[in-house]
Design a protein around this ligand. Structure first.
Ligand SMILES: Cc1cc2nc3c(=O)[nH]c(=O)nc-3n(C[C@H](O)[C@H](O)[C@H](O)COP(=O)(O)O)c2cc1C
Length: 201
């Protein structure tokens, strides 16, 4: 039975293009694999506070020395990490806002990147500990940025997920969504065609 973790981060909720594509993919995946267990997390509805000094200190304080408030922060991080550890498939809805990922998605990454738990440094360099997972990223954008300096989504997510051990990452793009009706329809159609091809494989 596959364990799927879906992370949506559009501020438009289920109306967001990245959410719609990720939702369609997961729905179709479940149709093909009815036993699949899906954990769904909407980072806008269920927001994770930004990393600040207090939260970082909590994560760096040993269990015996934590205050109840610090313990709560660590438990939230532990729970988010557990969801990732248990998943063999991770689906991420990643809209482009101001050339990067939504801050809500960044906050989630800040909470799951934990030294000694999801990555560690060795004499050979960093080693990601969340291995053996397939990741699908549904990347939506108003313009077309792929391969250019203005794409602050693809290289960042590739680096960050790879750092945590998730090196098998596939991006499905819906681009040109703000460039007029026809380019928008084409961008969405191309993403849907990619989903069909991935699920047929
Ligand atoms: C606050 C905001 C900032 C945006 N910034 C960019 C941008 O930097 N580059 C771009 O190509 N599109 C940008 N867009 C367009 C979005 O990428 C586009 O609307 C996409 O559909 C968002 O994905 P979503 O529908 O899943 O939320 C922006 C949209 C919003 C609302």
């Amino acid at each position: 039975m596959s364990q799927l973790l879906q992370i949506n981060s559009s501020v438009f909720g289920d109306q967001g293009v990245s959410s719609q594509l990720a939702n369609a993919f997961v729905q179709e995946w479940k149709r093909k694999d009815p036993g699949a267990h899906v954990t769904h997390r909407d980072l806008v509805v269920d927001a994770i506070p930004h990393l600040d000094g207090e939260r970082l200190t909590a994560l760096m304080t040993s269990e015996a020395e934590r205050t109840p408030e610090q313990q709560q922060v660590v438990e939230q991080s532990d729970a988010l990490i557990r969801e990732l550890q248990e998943a063999d498939l991770v689906v991420i809805g990643a809209p482009m806002y101001n050339f990067g990922i939504p801050s809500q998605l960044k906050s989630w990454l800040d909470m799951v990147a934990r030294s000694g738990i999801t990555f560690r440094y060795t004499e050979q360099g960093p080693e990601g500990l969340l291995t053996g997972k397939k990741v699908y990223v549904f990347a939506s954008s108003g313009g077309i940025h792929r391969g250019g300096h203005s794409d602050g989504v693809t290289p960042y997510l590739e680096t960050m997920l790879g750092f945590l051990g998730m090196t098998d990452v596939e991006f499905i793009y819906a681009e040109g969504l703000a460039m007029g009706e026809e380019p928008r329809a084409r961008g969405i159609a191309q993403a849907n065609a990619r989903i069909d091809a991935l699920l047929a494989a």
